[in-house]
Design a protein around this ligand. Structure first.
Ligand code: ZN
Length: 151
């Protein structure tokens, strides 16, 4: 098991933080970048860093986004028409993307709906839709599908 050292500036306490991560966890993930929750500080707080395969921090969310992903996925979805962004099969280049776009590309898995992504990212659903459509045009996402989901 190889440990990699990752440094980033915490958006909550404004301190420089160093964390040790298991490199396999990053390299074996199907996601790129990989969301990793880092808890530190006094009082203790959590941030989510998005680490790419070259071990660079591509985005930071000032909250435990992984917990919010679990919360959203544990909830029942009512009967509704929803849009679901579909990732491209290959790894995509993240250059030229801003933090919100990179985070979105990292979270899109072909299952999460725009509603769920909006809740996870705490941004309006319409903004998620517009961002996804932009990312499709840029070739960073495959497509946006409209599905009717049942309970
Ligand atoms: Zn901090």
């Amino acid at each position: 098991m190889t440990q990699i050292s990752i440094a980033f500036g915490c958006p909550i306490c404004k301190k420089d933080v160093n964390v040790q991560l298991d490199s396999e966890k990053v390299e074996s993930s199907v996601r790129n970048p990989v969301p990793v929750v880092v808890t530190h500080g006094t009082p203790e707080h959590a941030v989510t860093i998005f680490v790419d395969k070259e071990h660079r921090v591509r985005a930071i969310s000032a909250s435990d986004i992984v917990q919010r992903i679990a919360d959203v996925e544990s909830k029942h979805t009512p009967f509704t028409r929803k849009f679901v962004p579909i990732p491209v099969d290959d790894e995509v280049s993240l250059s030229g993307l801003d933090h919100v776009q990179i985070t979105l590309v990292a979270l899109v898995d072909g299952k999460r709906s725009g509603d769920e992504l909006a809740k996870i990212l705490e941004i309006p659903k319409m903004r998620v839709k517009i961002l996804c459509e932009q990312l499709v045009r840029m070739g960073k996402l495959d497509s946006v599908r409209v599905v009717i989901s049942e309970k």
